[in-house]
Ligand binder design. Structure first.
Ligand code: BLA
Length: 238
């Protein structure tokens, strides 16, 4: 269901950047679950390039029962750009949830003006996909922007509107990255490193997918996947 989204991202990345494949820890790259009624496969990809220190995406293909496309792009530490976050989920026809955002690392007005205001035009064209839903797992004011796409929707809207919105958000993200001035100050870069690490810790500790991973692949695998791959700058909670 979301494979065309993943293929599109891959093509964009290879077209625009000089990608280097990054290793994924043993056992985490691909896994097949036979625990549920239907087999489910989870597979992940990871790259880096000079501008982007970590590009990762994951696809869960559980047939009709589950289709998930999840991705985070982390800029290199000389760019204070938001992270690009994608979480497209489908658990059967009636449970489709899509989230896409430029996830801000800082919240001061200058930062939001520079990186979040430019999203407004795109967001306003896809108001059906910006539903102001309440967040149960995350704090909407922590690493989410005012102009995120966040919607419960249907398969038809995914193929049409969401695909268009997705391309527009991606294009805007590449534009912001193109325009970004690399920082040379060591302290400024350190501040970004810390902010990206805090994002990983925050995200790993409350990832709503933890239960899903555990039910498919077991608790131990789930913890490793969260802390060694998805959010690898985070430390496991004691
Ligand atoms: C919600 N994301 C969810 C849910 C699941 C996942 C199972 C709960 C859906 C429900 O309400 O039942 C799944 N999260 C995943 C998967 C991975 C993951 C499969 O990290 C990893 C492979 N989530 C992200 C990113 C964003 C994001 C990058 O990982 C940013 C766009 C957003 N996911 C996000 C939000 C919700 C969500 C905002 C709703 C959570 C809430 O209600 O607080």
């Amino acid at each position: 269901m979301y494979k065309p989204f993943m293929d599109f991202l891959e093509q964009e990345l290879f077209k625009r950047f000089d990608l280097q494949s990054q290793p994924i820890p043993p056992g985490l790259e691909r896994q097949v679950s036979t625990r549920g009624k239907h087999p489910a496969t989870i597979q992940s990809w990871c790259y880096q390039c000079p501008e982007l220190r970590k590009i990762r995406y994951t696809y869960i293909d559980g047939g009709e029962a589950s289709q998930v496309f999840n991705s985070v792009i982390y800029p290199s530490y000389q760019y204070d750009l938001p992270l690009l976050g994608i979480d497209f989920l489908s658990f059967g026809k009636h449970k489709i949830l899509v989230v896409m955002d430029f996830q801000p690392l800082f919240r001061d007005p200058d930062y939001l003006k520079k990186y979040i205001e430019p999203m407004k035009g795109v967001r306003d064209r896809y108001s059906d996909l910006a539903q102001n839903l309440e967040m149960k797992f995350y704090d909407a004011n922590q690493y989410f922007s005012q102009y995120l796409l966040f919607a419960k929707t249907d398969a038809e809207t995914v193929q049409t509107e969401l695909f268009q919105a997705y391309k527009d958000y991606l294009n805007l993200y590449w534009e912001l990255l193109d325009r970004a001035q690399p920082l040379s100050d060591a302290m400024a870069k350190e501040r970004i490193r810390t902010a990206q690490r805090d994002y990983d810790q925050y995200s790993a500790d409350r990832d709503p997918a933890s239960g899903l991973f555990s039910s498919y692949f077991g608790h131990e695998w789930s913890e490793r996947f969260l802390y060694e791959f998805l959010f690898s700058e985070a430390k496991p909670l004691a």
